[in-house]
Design a binder for this molecule. Structure first.
Ligand SMILES: [Zn+2]
Ligand SMILES: [Zn+2]
Length: 391
């Protein structure tokens, strides 16, 4: 850090500490000064308060959705893999914990210590990779209760595995800082594994069967089947609170269930990959035959893997169809391939999402917006207002 960036109070603290060390100044003389100047300096030099935006959990008259990760398994400097933060009823619910989500929670000023529940849509790496960090950093930042995890079959294997891998870290920290600061009982996550009826035999044209997976007062979280074969089970979630609602669709082809779950809700967050771009990209890779030392083509492999992704995600035009039929107020495409990170790709994708959605009598207008990390929607209780904000 350059000297110019060091603020006056921080510099003053450093000078006072240097004086104290050199001249053995009396601690009682320095303590009040330091205790005033250090927090002041930290506040001046930080973009966000260290405990995060606590108003997200203290304001009980709103449902808030923050895009903590909108990316894919492909590394992207602008997007962490998947993680959607939802705040309602004084609770912080996180949907998926893909790689980069823990870092984004800090950068976005999310109140990590207030995290109470993690819900998994499925167990692909781009949806679970940061769970260990999420679990640990929320504990370090003062989580005062067990972290409740929810997911379909497989949850105990995944969360149990993370708990085993991070166990030694917990031991070190509790020994180092003491049980009162780092209580062991708050560290261990609890696991609520649920089963959706007939998940194995369901088809994408089946209607949604919404199953309650968490209810507390006016807050309700329901799960429904997603279709992401061979990933079975995979689910989407609907969160309802004081007349407001949000759907997190998970990774899935478009299903009747998604259309029903999104009917008339406020915010619908869905995956979208552009099948035609994937096909062209796969063809291009295939045409670049470049055998490795053993004569195998390096690019045929990439080409095949790209094509494999087409049959288990929704496409932009599926989202437009859902918008017209189900009439949520907002449709937010995330998990986008290609990622709209340059003007050309933005233009290409916008072509689909600009398709006019006719006004529906007696219903709200529907808008489609690209999901971006840090994008947030504040939904005041029992109203139709949607305020957009950046975190
Ligand atoms: Zn997936
Ligand atoms: Zn995914």
């Amino acid at each position: 850090m350059s000297l110019a960036k060091v603020s006056l109070p921080v510099a003053a603290v450093l000078v006072l500490l240097a004086l104290a060390i050199q001249n053995d100044l009396d601690r009682p003389f320095l303590a009040p000064l330091v205790s005033y100047l250090v927090p002041w300096g930290v506040k001046q030099n930080s973009r966000k308060p260290i405990v995060g935006d606590r108003s997200l959990v203290t304001n009980l008259e709103q449902l808030v959705v923050v895009m903590t990760g909108t990316g894919t398994p492909v590394a992207d400097p602008e997007r962490a893999a998947q993680g959607i933060s939802v705040f309602a009823n004084g609770e912080y619910l996180l949907f998926d914990t893909g790689p980069g989500v823990a870092e984004n929670m800090a950068a976005q000023g999310m109140p990590r210590g207030a995290l109470t529940h993690v819900f998994f849509t499925h167990y692909h790496s781009d949806h679970i990779g940061d769970f260990g960090e999420v679990m640990t950093t929320s504990w370090i930042f003062g989580r005062t209760e067990t972290l409740h995890t929810h997911g379909p079959e497989g949850l105990k294997r995944v969360v149990g595995g993370f708990a085993q891998a991070y166990g030694p870290d917990m031991d070190y920290r509790t020994k180092h800082h003491g049980e009162s600061l780092m209580p062991t009982q708050n560290w261990m996550p609890s696991m609520h594994e649920f089963t959706l009826p007939d998940a194995e035999n369901a088809s994408a044209s089946d209607p949604a069967s919404l199953v309650d997976v968490y209810t507390k007062g006016p807050l309700k979280v329901q799960a429904f089947r997603a279709h992401h074969e061979p990933v079975i089970p995979a689910v989407g979630y609907k969160v309802s609170y004081k007349g407001r609602s949000v759907v997190i669709g998970g990774d899935s082809v478009m299903t009747r269930g998604h259309k029903e779950a999104c009917r008339d809700v406020d915010v619908c967050i869905l995956d979208a990959i552009h099948h035609k771009v994937i096909e062209v990209t796969a063809d291009t890779f295939k045409s670049m035959e470049l055998p490795d030392d053993e004569g195998r083509s390096q690019y045929s492999r990439v080409s095949k893997m790209l094509l494999d992704t087409i049959d288990y995600h929704s496409a932009p035009w599926d989202l437009v169809e859902l918008a017209k039929e189900s009439r949520p107020s907002l449709v937010i495409p995330i998990h986008m391939v290609p990622s709209p990170t340059n003007a050309l790709m933005k233009r290409l994708l916008t072509t689909y999402y600009r398709e006019p959605i006719p006004k529906a009598t007696g219903k709200r207008d529907t808008q489609i917006k690209f999901g971006e990390d840090g994008m947030a929607f504040i939904l005041p209780a029992n109203s139709q207002e949607i305020r957009e904000q950046r975190y």
